[in-house]
Write a protein that binds this ligand. Sequence first.
Ligand code: SAM
Length: 262
Amino acid sequence: MQLVLVRTVTGLEHLAAEELAVAGHRVVEVSKRQVIVEASPEVVERPPLVADDLFEVYGVAPDPGRTRAGLTAALSEAVRSAPIARGAFAVSASFQGPRNFGRYDVEDLVGERIARLTGGRYHSRRYGVAPPEERSDWRVVLDGKTLWVSRRPYAVPLHRRTWRRQTVRGSLHPPVAAAMARLAGLAPGHEVLDPFCGAGTLLLEARALEPRARYAGVDRDPAALEAARANGPEGVKWRRGDARRVDDPVDRILTNPSGTTA
Ligand SMILES: C[S@@+](CC[C@H](N)C(=O)[O-])C[C@H]1O[C@@H](n2cnc3c(N)ncnc32)[C@H](O)[C@@H]1O
């Protein structure tokens, strides 16, 4: 079992926790924008769709509170080992509550420690220099209770989907679309329609969640349909049309029709 830190959009924490629990992982803690899980190794290959990002935990200590001395001591306690990786890496930190240090102080302390343990090349974000494209990303969270030190097992954040080539105005953040699809209670054989499909985010996330349903997307804008087809060339029937004239018999309508229909 691996301790995993899952980050979410605010409000989707419990939905992500439910998705992880249904997949057989043990949810340890749910807090603001975060779910901690004892996960089996498959979580990396089959991560939750509702999650924004996922990190493997390499260090845990009680949140040291305000002082920099406390932070330094907590980090020595938390991070005793890390996998050898000589490439470049960056650190991103966040914390809650008042502190006598800034986020770059946390990042640099963690970065220097990890560099010593792994032989990796730490790139500080303190002076605004972009880290190299080829790198691994560490994430540090001080949530008021616990200090978490973790590393993303992927090159890019989870919410950056490989299927997404194009967007339209109003395109949804994929984990939010995945959350809507979960709430729709899709089942095998369902006919699912998005009559304002835009670039297709909802149906493509829904299909990842329930591949045995049937999906149709309608939009009146040819540019939107082109985007949808580029994003999902197979598995969804995209067509041009006016939502006001669509009367397909369906089991579920999954849509975000913001914008004018006039
Ligand atoms: C907010 S966007 C949908 C975004 C989409 N969920 C996504 O993530 O890409 C709304 C879409 O509704 C389409 N639309 C607006 N009025 C329409 C109508 N009467 N019939 C069909 N499509 C319409 C627009 O062209 C636009 O692509």
